[in-house]
Write a protein that binds this ligand. Structure first.
Ligand code: CA
Length: 230
């Protein structure tokens, strides 16, 4: 049975979430304050965390940041604020999803299931990091020769295109902002700016996507950045 931790101080919301999740076959534990929630999240094993943003003691941002340093389980953040800034901050901290109050509990349960399914695939695919070869659907990356094949046909990539694709492939299903990608691939001291990332993403798509205008691999997350879908 998958274990879910709900960190939420509004008791009414906790009870509704807990009832729905238990009815859907999950084992649910709850914490009503940030510090208790953080302690449980760090010390015990859960498959997913539903994390409210505004909490007494330690807030959701801090909990997300600390949990993310040691665990890569899905974190679904809940907030009363609708501002996109919060959304970006949430994603930048490594949250996997974000919902604003009021929300439908049925949708929450659906997202929980989707994230658990994706995380299952992710942990399986994380084993690829140790290997010489990475396969994501039709793409094969040979790390030894730095060659990339799409449906077993080699596609020539520039060095930076390769680095960008490899980085995204090593962190599938995670969203990275242009700034993050620029820093990771080009380095802080490099000349240029995050428009360089946009250009390289578009060149990569031309090479690896069947239809670059409808990308199946590198998805644009509007207002946030890019993610390579498994
Ligand atoms: Ca709250």
């Amino acid at each position: 049975m998958k274990r879910i931790l709900i960190i939420e101080d509004e008791q009414v919301i906790v009870e509704v979430e807990k009832d729905y999740l238990e009815a859907s076959g999950f084992a649910v534990e709850t914490a009503a304050s940030g510090d208790i929630g953080l302690k449980k999240a760090l010390e015990e094993e859960y498959d997913l965390i539903i994390l409210d943003l505004m909490l007494p003691k330690t807030d959701g941002f801090e909990i997300c940041r600390q949990v993310r340093q040691v665990k890569n389980i899905p974190i679904l953040m809940i907030s009363a604020k609708k501002e996109d800034v919060d959304k970006i901050r949430g994603l930048g901290l490594g949250a996997d999803d974000y919902m604003t109050k009021p929300f439908s509990v049925a949708e929450l349960v659906a997202r929980v299931k989707a994230h658990l399914a994706r995380y299952n695939r992710l942990t399986t695919d994380n084993r690829m990091r140790q290997q010489d070869e990475i396969r994501i659907r039709g793409i094969r990356i040979d790390k030894m020769s730095r060659k990339v094949f799409v449906n077993e046909t080699e596609v020539p990539l520039t060095s930076k295109e390769y680095d960008l694709l490899l980085f995204l492939a090593l962190h599938p299903n995670r969203v990275f902002s242009k700034d993050e990608l620029f820093e990771k691939i080009w380095g802080l001291d490099a000349l240029g700016d995050n428009a360089t990332v946009t250009v390289h993403i578009s060149k990569l798509r031309e090479k690896i996507e069947a239809d670059p205008s409808k990308p199946q691999y590198i998805e644009t997350i509007w207002g946030v950045g890019y993610r390579l879908n498994l």
